[in-house]
Write a protein that binds this ligand. Structure first.
Ligand code: CA
Length: 222
């Protein structure tokens, strides 16, 4: 899952990025509203964490510009502590959720997960566990079981598997996996995806992930 953080308080932005990266998300950070809007149009983000008071363009305007362009990416807005900004106004511009500063990191991660779950149509309170018959992927705890046995995966291996599991039975292209699992700074070989897929096959069984020639990969749900 790939997240864009638009926040001009650099220390806050970097600590959020560090924390979310450790959770296995691919994270990009910008410190300016206009740049945030531009970046959001360049990559298929799964979620945007958007501050309100920003240089360049404020968060409300970034949000309404994205919605006006038909972008329905989940947006979690960060509001000022003093209540200077009205949450109702933010909702009007199309944000999905709010956090008032200062917030605890644990709460932020919980909101991020809830929004990502809602995004995939499971409902914010639905179980974060994908049960695919013989393969169980817990997207909150980042644990994977194959035939009742836990299989340890690195955060990146998990992120690749999650992309395939969320769309089990469908073909997911290498480019889509790359875009959702690796951040903007990644300039290496796109064939890195193949390396991860072969590791996943070794750990979870060769027949789990099929290669669809010229199209991508398909996770076979039993
Ligand atoms: Ca700010």
């Amino acid at each position: 899952m790939r997240i864009l953080i638009v926040e001009d308080e650099k220390r806050l932005a970097l600590s959020l990025a560090k924390g979310l990266t450790a959770e296995g998300y691919a994270v990009d950070v910008v410190h300016d509203g206009l740049e945030g809007l531009h970046r959001a149009g360049e990559a298929p983000y799964d979620l945007i964490v958007l501050d309100i008071m920003l240089p360049g363009m404020n968060g409300y305007r970034v949000c309404s510009a994205l919605r006006a362009a038909g972008d329905d990416v989940p947006i979690l807005m960060l509001t000022a502590k003093d209540g200077e900004y009205d949450e109702a106004e933010g909702l009007d511009t199309g944000a999905d959720d709010y956090l008032t500063k200062p917030f605890s990191y644990v709460v932020l991660v919980a909101r991020v997960r809830a929004l990502l779950r809602r995004r995939r149509g499971a409902g914010a309170t639905a179980s974060p566990v994908l049960d695919l018959g013989g393969l169980r992927v817990d997207t909150a705890a980042h644990r994977v079981h194959r035939d009742e046995e836990e299989v340890p995966l690195t955060t990146r291996e998990f992120a690749v598997l999650e992309q395939l599991a969320l769309r089990a039975g469908e073909v997911v292209s290498k480019a889509e996996i790359l875009e959702h699992v690796w951040d903007f700074a990644y300039e290496g070989d796109p064939n890195i995806v193949e390396v991860y897929v072969s590791t996943l096959r070794r750990k979870l069984g060769a027949s789990l992930i099929r290669t669809v020639r010229g199209a991508g990969y398909r996770l076979e749900a039993r």
